[in-house]
Design a protein around this ligand. Structure first.
Ligand code: ZN
Length: 65
């Protein structure tokens, strides 16, 4: 056991930048309509996200696949 000059490296977590801007943010209720980008999506009677502005409908794929 001999004294070795050990570099004191602080436990420095590597910076992880996982923030890559996604091409499309997940559409959910209240999201801006990807089509007209003006109105906000909301659920219609069929539980699909629908834009009251342009009529864009996002089918959520819920149910049978
Ligand atoms: Zn729209």
């Amino acid at each position: 056991m001999h004294p070795t000059k050990q570099e004191q490296t602080a436990p420095e977590p590597a910076p992880r930048f996982e923030q890559m801007d996604p091409p499309r943010e997940p559409i959910r209720r209240g999201s801006t309509c990807p089509q007209c980008r003006q109105a906000r999506l909301d659920y219609n009677g069929l539980l699909n996200l629908e834009c009251p502005g342009c009529g864009y409908t996002e089918h959520n794929g819920a149910g049978c696949t």
